[in-house]
Design a protein around this ligand. Structure first.
Ligand code: GTP
Ligand code: MG
Length: 257
């Protein structure tokens, strides 16, 4: 209890963090795992960790929003990145929006990634649109075993154009690459071509095996860091080149992709 009180003081003294909590409350967001009310804003250490990740000081915070059709694996991707866990079997569709934080270190800079996991279902679209606007980056997912989810990417990109900032960083992800070749209906080249057409970064991932999951978030964070320091004007960081280099480094003889 005493410890909880100390943590509570520490957190409430952090203006930006209490603002995060306030914004969740004000927006009346329906979170899948934690319902935050005024009375239990910070009630336990576990809750703190859910909301903020580790309580280390961070140099920068970037807001990333995950988008894509229902069932493509947005929640699983986030949980794999945040907790290294995979939810197989029961598919619990996200209701509204939820978020997790993770602090990562890039070249000595601590970066807090605040990752918003949106519901893919159409009926929540009006809730989730509100979150595009102040996103620094968007992760747009489709499922390589579901052609409709891929075909819908153009509609998602149109929504992004309408609701997100002009300079938002976008990354297209083809998820579920662990599935059998016979189940795959979207070729890697199709994803690459679409990404090229819209001038966005691209990679294939598996929230199940963890393939490229850390890389997707790290690449986004590096791109945002580079943008933040004004480097992107000098074109010193090219996210797609970074992804290519890292993917080649990680390729092993046992990998099928
Ligand atoms: N084989 C495989 N299955 C996955 C992968 N990612 C997610 N799944 C499965 O796909 C289903 C949907 O995953 P979710 O992460 O809940 O999907 P979502 O995009 O969050 O869906 P909504 O919340 O409705 O928008 C679940 O049954 C997962 O187990 C993956 O990389 N590989
Ligand atoms: Mg979900």
């Amino acid at each position: 209890m005493a410890e909880n009180r100390i943590e509570r003081k520490r957190v409430l003294s952090r203006k930006s963090k209490s603002e995060d909590v306030k914004s969740v409350i004000e927006n009346g967001v329906s979170a899948r795992r934690t319902t935050i009310t005024n009375s239990n804003v910070v009630s336990s250490k576990a809750q703190l960790s859910h909301m903020y990740g580790s309580l280390t000081e961070t140099d920068l915070t970037f807001k990333i929003v995950q988008l894509g059709d229902s069932g493509v694996g947005k929640t699983c991707l986030l949980l794999k990145f945040r907790d290294n866990t995979f939810l197989s079997g029961n598919f619990i569709s996200t209701v509204g929006i939820d978020y997790r934080n993770k602090v990562i270190e890039i070249d000595g800079t601590k970066v807090k990634l605040q990752i918003w996991d949106t519901a893919g279902q159409e009926r929540f679209r009006s809730v989730t649109h509100a979150y595009y606007r102040d996103a620094h980056a968007l992760l747009l997912l489709y499922d390589v075993t579901n052609k409709i989810s891929f075909d819908n990417i153009r509609a998602w990109l149109a929504e992004i154009k309408e609701y997100a900032a002009d300079d938002v960083v976008i990354m297209l992800l083809g998820n579920k690459t662990d599935c059998k070749n016979s189940e795959r209906v979207v070729r890697k080249e199709d994803g690459e071509n679409l990404a090229r057409e819209y001038n966005v970064a691209f990679m294939e991932t598996s929230a199940k095996t963890g393939l490229n999951v850390d890389l997707a978030f790290t690449a986004i964070a590096r791109e945002l860091l580079s943008k933040n320091s004004g480097e992107s004007n000098k074109s010193s960081f090219k996210v797609q080149d970074y992804i290519r280099e890292q993917t080649q480094k990680n390729t092993c003889v046992n990998c099928t992709i």
